[in-house]
Ligand binder design. Structure first.
Ligand SMILES: [Zn+2]
Length: 325
C-alpha cells in the first residue's frame, strides 16, 4: 500500500500542536511565530494578554513562545568525598537522565536532617560536583528548621548548614542548603530570538490551571541547555504545575521593550496620539491593547468608563495603572 508518510506526519503534528502537546518537545518549542516579523513594540504582551485559556485555550492564535516548565524536587549534589561517606566506595548509579544534558537522577537517596526535623527519600543528582549542595523549598527549610537563602544553583553565599545521611554514613554539610532561585534555561539561539541575555531577568507567565506570573526570573544561556523554566516545588504547587504545562516570557527583554525609564507614561499629554476617549467609554480588550504599550505607564480615562475583564488583564500584565478622572 502506498502510504503518504509526510502527510500523516503533518496531520499528527497538527493535532498534537492543537492539543498543546507538541510545544513540550524541544524541537518544536517555537511554533512559527518566532520566525515571523515582530511588531515594533511589546509583541509578547500582545500575544499573551488574550491567553486566558492557557496553551490549549480556545480561539487564540497560537503564537506565544512556549517553554516547558519543570518543577525541581528537593535534591542534593555531592562531592566524590561526600558520596563515599554516604554510600561507601563506588560511583553514583544513574537512574534517569534529566532535561539538562549530562545531568542524571541517581538511584541513591539520602535523608536531610536539621534542628527541627528531617526529610527522607531525598534525590541525589549526578554527576558529582565540587561542592555539596542541598536544594530545598522554603516549606522544606521550615520543616528542617534551617534558614536557607534564595540562591541560584552553584551560589552558596550564606547557605545554611544541614546534615545529610545515607546508608553508609552522614556528613555535616556546612553552608550547603539553599532555596533554588527560579531560572530559565535557554540556548543562545533561543535567547537571541527572544531578545534576552544570559544573566538577564524576565517576567514569566506559567500557563497552568492556576496561572501565575513570576517576576525576576534569571535567564541562563548555554549551548547545551534545553529550553526550560525551572521552579521549585513551592512555586510549582502555587501555580498547580502539570506535566505538560508551559511558560512564556511576558517581558520583551532588552532591546525589544523600552526600559522602565524610557517607557512612555500615559499622561494626559499623550492623549492626542493615543486617542484616549474624551467621554466615558467601554474599554474592550482590543481597545486596551491599543491604549497600552509598556510597563509602568499610567493611563487616565474619563470617570464612568468601564473596563471589560480582559481589558483589565491587558493593563494588569502591562503594569499600566489606570486612573479615572
Ligand atoms: Zn535548572
Amino acid at each position: 500500500m502506498d502510504v503518504d508518510k509526510e502527510a500523516i506526519r503533518k496531520i499528527v503534528e497538527h493535532v498534537l500542536e492543537k492539543k498543546g502537546i507538541l510545544a513540550a518537545s524541544p524541537a518544536s518549542l517555537f511554533p512559527g511565530a518566532l520566525n515571523a516579523a515582530k511588531p515594533a513594540s511589546c509583541p509578547a504582551l500582545q500575544e499573551t494578554a488574550s491567553n486566558k485559556g492557557g496553551p490549549t485555550g480556545g480561539g487564540r492564535p497560537d503564537t506565544a513562545v512556549r517553554i516547558p516548565a519543570e518543577a525541581s524536587a528537593r535534591h542534593v549534589h555531592l562531592t566524590p568525598e561526600a558520596a563515599a561517606v554516604l554510600f561507601g566506595p563506588g560511583a553514583l548509579t544513574p537512574k534517569r537522565a534529566l532535561s539538562q544534558p549530562g545531568e542524571f537522577l541517581s538511584g541513591e537517596r539520602v535523608r536531610l536532617i536539621g534542628p527541627k526535623g528531617e526529610i527522607g527519600n531525598v534525590a541525589v543528582l549526578g554527576p558529582v560536583r565540587k561542592a555539596v549542595q542541598a536544594e530545598v523549598s522554603l516549606t522544606d527549610a521550615r520543616i528542617l528548621g534551617i534558614k536557607a537563602p534564595l540562591r541560584l544553583s552553584g551560589d552558596l553565599t550564606g547557605a545554611a548548614d544541614v546534615y545529610i545521611a545515607g546508608p553508609a554514613g552522614a556528613v555535616h554539610a556546612r553552608g550547603a542548603a539553599i532555596i533554588a532561585k527560579n531560572h530559565l534555561h535557554l540556548r543562545p539561539q533561543d535567547a537571541g530570538e527572544l531578545k534576552v541575555e544570559n544573566g538577564g531577568r524576565v517576567r514569566v507567565r506559567v500557563n497552568t490551571e492556576r496561572p501565575l506570573i513570576f517576576e525576576d526570573v534569571i535567564v541562563r544561556v548555554r549551548e547545551d541547555f534545553m529550553p526550560a523554566l525551572h521552579l521549585d516545588f513551592d512555586e510549582a504547587n502555587a501555580c498547580m504545575l502539570g506535566d505538560r504545562d508551559t511558560a512564556e516570557i511576558l517581558d520583551c527583554g532588552a532591546g525589544a521593550c523600552p526600559s522602565p525609564e524610557r517607557r512612555p507614561a500615559f499622561a494626559p499629554a499623550d492623549a492626542g496620539s493615543k486617542s484616549i476617549p474624551s467621554k466615558p467609554a467601554l474599554i474592550t480588550e482590543a481597545e486596551a491593547k491599543r491604549l497600552v504599550c509598556g510597563r509602568g505607564g499610567r493611563l487616565s480615562l474619563p470617570r464612568g468608563s468601564i473596563l471589560t475583564p480582559s481589558a483589565q488583564d491587558v493593563f494588569l500584565y502591562a503594569r499600566c495603572k489606570v486612573e479615572f478622572i
